[in-house]
Write a protein that binds this ligand. Structure first.
Ligand SMILES: C[S@@+](CC[C@H](N)C(=O)[O-])C[C@H]1O[C@@H](n2cnc3c(N)ncnc32)[C@H](O)[C@@H]1O
Length: 388
């Protein structure tokens, strides 16, 4: 398992969340068939996010003419159009949506919550995709076991999710978890199914939302993309040349340069670790806080190497889900740290923030794996439509 960006993929952490009695209950417990009866011929992600998913898929599929299963499929295909596939099967809840998906060569309508078995023979597929849907499964480990059964040895299962869903049908553990905890939940499904080699994760956040997107005016960035993927046990050697993602915890740091930058924070007002502009932060009016300042300056880059390493460092001390942000005290001219229990902590106190900074610096610092992905257009010669 790759290290988590914040220590929350620790097996003990996900286990506690998943053991709750109501973990897989939903607001709407009626049969899924009625909820999905009406076709939704829409995209569930913005175009930039869809492009990221397609690039990720392009980087991870290394087989020639693979046989693909798109699990919990709808109208959108996530397969790169320049690749050829020998067969692409879709499984979903609505036939009209599946019929409209341009990549599918055949499809099955099936409710996996009513019966988590997959109607396919052992070792059928090279690749199984599950995009923005895992949060609707009430028996996920059984489905992951089945995916393991229908994959060929060394075949890949890629689970992608974001931060949007149908509220009545999402399982409670998903809704209650924080973004970073969901990586751990999906890793637990992989692990508990017993069918897969160790899983890896991918995160892309903060790319610009397309201007013609219906939420563009809200000023929010593109939908974030989180993915967890693993190969079925029983490695086949020639499949090993998949995209290699970088591990943000293994960063090379020039500590002398960090130290030198610390000397000048008062002039630059930049975090010495990631060089993102610091945000002005109002000190809360709280008797437990003894800073005499009205304001302090904090780094709110969630991918700042200091924050990324902090989760790991604290985890190694046996403290789960805790890290630190860099803090500059303008009265004393000193650098220090402040603990956080999650990425949202302390944000309410921000009074001035570079709106793009949180995300831009993550990408520029190379801490987001996105940079490792091939451009879809650059990915091999144009082989024509994806249909087999
Ligand atoms: C948000 S959509 C995502 C569709 C598609 N994977 C995509 O990337 O656009 C969720 C999908 O999960 C499927 N789904 C939901 N509950 C399901 C169930 N119980 N069994 C099988 N599929 C289900 C539905 O068919 C629906 O298309």
């Amino acid at each position: 398992m790759s290290p988590s960006p914040d220590g929350r993929t620790d097996p003990r952490f996900a286990k506690a969340l998943l053991q709750r009695d109501d973990a897989f209950r939903r607001e709407d417990e009626s049969a899924d068939a009625s909820f999905y009866q009406q076709p939704r011929l829409v995209s569930h992600l913005d175009r930039t996010a869809l492009n990221t998913v397609e690039r990720l898929v392009a980087g991870l599929i290394v087989e020639d003419d693979p046989v693909v299963l798109d699990l919990m499929a709808s109208v959108d295909s996530h397969l790169p159009s320049r690749r050829r596939f020998s067969k692409v099967t879709g499984l979903g809840m609505n036939e009209e949506e599946l019929r409209a998906n341009p990549s599918l060569t055949d499809w099955v309508v099936k409710d996996l919550n009513a019966d988590p078995t997959l109607p396919f023979a052992d070792g059928t597929f090279d690749v199984v995709l599950n995009v923005v849907s895992v949060e609707y499964l009430t028996r996920p480990v059984e489905v992951f076991e089945e995916v393991g059964r229908v994959l060929k040895p060394g075949g890949i299962f890629l689970v992608v999710f974001s931060t949007r869903w149908f509220p009545p049908k999402v399982v409670r553990v998903w809704e209650d978890a924080r973004e970073e905890e969901r990586l751990g939940i999906v890793e637990a499904f992989f692990r508990d199914s017993g069918a897969f080699a160790s899983s890896e994760y991918f995160i892309s956040m903060g790319l610009p939302r397309p201007e013609d997107d219906r939420y563009f005016s809200l000023g929010v960035p593109s939908d974030p993309i989180f993915a967890v993927f693993a190969e079925k046990k029983g490695l086949v050697l020639d499949r090993r040349n998949r995209l290699v993602l970088r591990d943000p915890a293994q960063l090379d740091t020039d500590w002398a340069a960090v130290q030198a930058r610390k000397e000048h924070v008062g002039e630059t007002m930049e975090c010495p670790h990631c060089q993102q502009r610091l945000s002005k932060w109002e000190v809360p009016d709280d008797p437990c806080i003894d800073w005499p300042n009205d304001f302090l300056y904090l780094c709110f880059n969630d991918f700042c190497p200091f924050v990324v390493r902090g989760w790991r460092y604290m985890w190694n001390q046996g403290i789960l889900g805790t890290s630190y942000r860099y803090l500059y005290n303008p009265l004393k001219g000193t650098s220090t740290t402040v603990p956080i229990r999650g990425l949202a902590d302390l944000r309410p106190g921000i009074v001035e923030e570079d709106p793009a900074g949180r995300f831009r610096s993550a990408i520029e610092a190379g801490l987001v794996d996105f940079s490792a992905l091939p451009e879809v257009d650059d990915y091999g010669p144009d082989l024509g439509p994806a249909r087999g």
